[in-house]
Design a protein around this ligand. Structure first.
Ligand SMILES: [Zn+2]
Ligand SMILES: [Zn+2]
Length: 118
């Protein structure tokens, strides 16, 4: 499970949908009291950002025409975990050619002074 926490607009649909599914898994793990200390330690998840992130991802999914039928279940409020968004942006660009293209395009847009994405 990994929360990329980068701007959803620079994620390919595979990574966008993947992070969304993993958010639901994360909430499931919290509600079943599974041990997620490794994810917290490795900076993969940020519990205080789950709800906001789910809303962001769903908004982008809907913009791309995906149907979302899975409201996030309620879960205990916890704040643990810290994700390095800048490092994740680099990692996503390194491992996925589609995300890399979107990230590059967004940077061009920023240089053009139109929309600031990141
Ligand atoms: Zn959902
Ligand atoms: Zn990708």
């Amino acid at each position: 499970m990994r929360m990329w926490l980068v701007d959803p607009r620079v994620m390919c649909s595979q990574h966008l949908l993947g992070e969304h599914v993993e958010l639901h898994m994360l909430v499931g793990s919290l509600n079943r009291d599974k041990n997620i200390s490794g994810f917290l330690r490795d900076g993969l998840v940020e519990l205080r950002s789950i709800r906001r992130r789910h809303a962001e991802l769903v908004a982008e999914m809907q913009r791309r025409g995906f149907v979302h039928k899975s409201p996030l279940p309620s879960f205990g409020r916890r704040r643990a975990g810290q994700v390095d968004v800048a490092a994740n942006l680099k990692e996503l660009a390194r491992r996925c050619v589609d995300c890399r293209m979107l990230i590059r395009t967004s940077r061009r847009t920023v240089i053009g002074g139109k929309t600031k994405l990141l």
